[in-house]
Design a binder for this molecule. Sequence first.
Ligand code: BTN
Length: 254
Amino acid sequence: MQNNTFPTLFVGQNIEKLAEVDSTNNYLKLLLSNCEPPAHGTVIMAVKQYAGRGQHGNEWLSAAGKNLTISCYLKTDFIHALNQFNLNKVVSLAVYDCLNKFFNDKCYIKWPNDIYVGNKKICGILIENRIQGQYLKDSIIGIGINVNQVFFGDNHHITSLATELKRQFDLNELLKTLCICLEKRFLELKKGFSNEQHKMYLENLFRYRVTSAFNIQNTLINGKITGVDDAGRLKVEINGQEKLFEMKEISFIL
Ligand code: BTN
């Protein structure tokens, strides 16, 4: 474990850099089950993940040494389990803030918590919470940002900082910015600014209030995103009627 010089109170004050690991989220889980939990804000960073995990059991592929693949351990016991989507908003807004320093408002948060540049994904987020009673206990925040990788095979809906901005980026500098942004948004929520964060999340949401095509039960349907409820379900207006969708029930046609 390395002590850091990031100008933060806790996020990134302890950083463990691993040459190779299955998944940084799995590694943090193992730390949690083994001994005393890591310090609040501990970050695990991997040069290479050989079994990186994405949402819905998908794999997360990332070229070794080129991207940010990190997990951050946070004590989240002030968040009611019914409001756990507030944490998704915190992390989405933090990555959005971090990347928008380079993109000047060209980034979007794609529901529930991907970050897009134009209509291409640049970052994925995997949050795993432990619940104790009615509240969260703690959370593992997994973040994968495509940074210096420029070849993504046949998938034309993935991009990176280097692809978009035609230069290479220092991963440690980017990590520092990310840690600062994450801590700022986390403390904002802790101080009770969830309504403001909800508003900002919607303001920066991909295709918010724009009629666009969705895949719902294998059918192409036009609809307009009108909001996100407290449970994190997407509100979509279809033929003048507002409907609610869970994560697996709807996908965007890009
Ligand atoms: C997604 O968009 O499906 C979420 C991807 C999350 C990837 C990150 S990379 C660091 C951390 N470790 C993992 O195994 N997954 C997350």
